[in-house]
Structures are given as C-alpha cells and as structure tokens.
Design a protein around this ligand. Structure first.
Ligand code: ARG
Length: 391
C-alpha cells in the first residue's frame, strides 16, 4: 500500500494535488495535513471540509501559538523584512513543513508532498525541511509543469469547487502575519491592483479621523495594546483589524526570489507594519549607536535566512542568540498614529532609554556647551589637513 502525506491548505493547488497524487503517481492513500497558522477561520473550515471529502485521512493541526511565539516574536525582534516584505508566507512555511513531516513519521509514511510550483520560493522552504527526513519528496505542480488555467479546469472536472476563476485567478496565501496576493493581471508590474484584491485593509481615506494606539514591549516582544496586556495572537489579530480600518499595511513591490526571478508581489499586513515600526522606533531609544549599526546587519542576515526558509541552518540560531541578547533592554512603549494608510510613531518611553532630556535640552545647564569645543577642533581634522586649512 503506497501512501503519501500532503501539506494541504485547501486552496486550488493543493486540492488539485489530491487526485493527481492518485492518478499520476499511483498512491493508494493521500493523507492531508492542514496547519492552522492563523488563516481566516472560514478558510480553515473550508479546507477541512474539502479535505474530508477528497482525502483518505485528514489532520488539522492548530499551530497558532507556536507560530506566534517561535516564529513571529523572533521576526519582530529581528525587524524581519526582506526588500521591504514583512515575510508572512516565508516565515510560516518551515512550521507547516515540520508539522507535515511529523505526521508522516507518526503514520510511518515514506512520501511527503507539497503543492508548490517550480517558480517560487515555497518549494525551497518546504524541501529544506522535508529533505531532512528520509522521505521521498513529491512536488506535483512542479513535476507536471501545470498552469493555473489547466488546474482550474481539472478541479472542476473532479468536483473540486475552488473560489478561483479565470477572471479572478488570484493566488492568495494568508496567515496571522500577512496576506499575499499573486497572479493574473498582477503579474504585469505596471498594472495597478484593483481594490478587490484587498481583504484586510480599507482603501486609505484621509477624511477618516486618526487613531493613536500604544504598543507595550518587553524584551523586544509586544505584550500590550493600549495598556491592556494580552497574548501575542490576540494582539496581532486586534491590530490587524484596527490598523486595517485605516488602510495601514499595503505593499506593492517587485521582489527578488531566491531563484533569481523578479516577481511582482502584493501584500497586506496591518499589524506587522504597526509592530515593526513601533519596535524599531523603541530600539532607537534604548540601543546604543554601535548596537543599532551592528544589529542592522544581523537583522538583514536574519531576514535573508527566513526568506529562504533556512531556519535549520546553524547560522539562524546564532543570529537569534545575538538578537535575543540585544533585546533585553527593549522594554517600554510606543504610541502609533494610524492615519490614511500610514502608521507613524508619535511618542515613545522606556525605563531603559539611553536618552537624557537633561543633557540634550536647549534649556539645560548640566553639561557645559563649551566642553564640546575641544571635540570640534579634532572633528574633520584630516580633511582640513588635506586642504592645508587647519585652525
Ligand atoms: N513572494 C512571497 C514569498 O516568497 C509570497 C508568496 C505567496 N504565495 C502565494 N501563493 N500567494 O514569500
């Protein structure tokens, strides 16, 4: 009896994979694994129902807490961003892959499948995890070189009712952190996205009054919203709603995929924008200049590893260790103003601030301004030497 475990989302690609794994690969049994990383509840329900109908056995794994604490918190601490992309899809893939691999191991199944194409990053992220097992890896979309149009027709023939049509062919990936939209006319980077692609954000509206929210951080991790302590998941969910109302967190960009292809990408991520902006602002209050400079390089390395799905590379643990050490003093809160698509820091405070109002103030006498004169004499000295203009 040949069996395969499929990482299943409930969308077009992975739904089409189920009959393909039977018809084209000859598997007798397809076991689907749907991992909950905070997608909309309706997607989870639809995915579960569809899997129960199409697959031989189905697992639904709630990994939301793990996703927040083991992936999103490190991301926030490292200001995770790849070319301006907040890394939503990227950061969830290793966890989804690990959960599917765990099911394969538990069920004693020697085959692992994913529904990623051969053009994107996700195949690499899944397989970086899958290939660490002894399982054979199967990628039907890539092997069979299928087009989305072919898939839509094939799905219909097999009674799979996916909400994708030739007119609205968007490929959407969602989790708690972000929603990404690809495909169809969006593949033309000059084509302006229609409002209908957005689901988490309202059209930015300057006539809507601004709103200020205060985010509290402890050790670099968000712990409260407007002084109300809450778990990361609830905080992110609430912020997605609040900031989404103000149209905060839309990205339309051209991104360099790992394979080297440039791709036009559209994202929505209201909470991510607010939290990353606030976190970075707080770091500027508490970290030293040298720490900020050095950490920017570490953050970039962290982000590239996360983008590539290389969370098992030993370097990932190394950079996380640095980041964690750097976050011990990232405590305090930041007031964020949400207005017309923008999230702007408008106030910050911290018990660990490296800031002295007394020293910097125009009105203070604590430090004598005259003391700076000696410093100023040396500053830029070499440039003046070159021009032989030393005073
Ligand atoms: N370009 C992004 C990434 O590589 C998003 C991919 C999203 N996938 C999708 N089916 N919409 O992480």
């Amino acid at each position: 009896m040949s069996e395969v475990v499929l990482a299943y989302s409930g969308g077009l690609d992975t739904s089409v994979c189920i009959p393909l794994l039977r018809e084209r690969y000859g598997f007798d049994k397809v076991i689907t694994v749907l991992v909950d990383v905070g997608q909309p509840r309706s997607d989870i329900e639809r995915g579960n129902t569809r899997a129960l109908k199409l697959a031989d056995r189905h697992y639904h794994i709630d990994a939301r807490r793990e996703f927040v604490e083991d992936y999103l918190f490190p991301l926030i601490k490292a200001n995770g961003s790849y070319e301006g992309y907040v890394l939503g899809t990227a950061i969830a893939r290793p966890l989804i892959a690990m959960k599917a691999a765990e099911v394969a191991e538990k069920e004693g199944v020697a085959n692992l499948a994913h529904g990623c194409t051969g053009r994107g990053n996700d195949q690499l992220r899944f397989e970086a995890i899958f290939r660490a097992t002894s399982c054979r890896v199967i990628a039907p979309m890539r092997d069979l070189d299928l087009s989305r149009e072919w898939e839509i027709d094939y799905a219909r023939e097999h009674g799979i009712d996916v909400p994708v049509t030739r007119e609205r062919p968007w490929s959407i990936d969602e989790n708690l952190w972000s929603r990404s939209i690809e495909g169809g006319r969006l593949e033309d980077p000059y084509f302006e996205p229609p409002e209908e692609i957005y689901a988490w954000t309202r059209t930015p509206d300057a006539s809507r009054p601004a709103q200020v929210v205060e985010i509290g951080f402890e050790k670099g991790v968000p712990v409260s919203l407007d002084s109300c302590r809450m778990e990361g998941m609830e905080l992110i969910e609430r912020l997605n709603e609040i900031a989404g109302e103000h149209g905060v967190g839309r990205t339309d960009m051209v991104e360099d995929r790992v394979l080297g292809l440039k791709a036009r990408e559209n994202y929505e991520h209201p909470a991510a924008t607010v939290l990353l902006t606030a976190h970075q602002d707080l770091e500027h209050l508490v970290l030293s200049r040298a720490e900020l400079r050095f950490k920017a390089m570490i953050d970039q390395t962290w982000s590239e590893l996360a983008y590539m799905g290389l969370v098992e590379d030993p370097l990932y643990a190394d950079v996380n260790a640095f980041v964690d050490q750097s976050q011990k003093r990232v405590n305090g809160s930041v007031k964020m103003k949400l207005y017309a698509g923008c999230a702007i820091p408008v106030g910050r405070k911290s018990p660990d601030a490296l800031y002295s109002q007394d020293m910097v103030s125009f009105d203070s006498q604590t430090l004598s301004q005259r003391d700076a004169e000696g410093f100023a004499k040396y500053h830029g000295f070499q440039a003046r030497l070159l021009k032989r203009k030393c005073t």
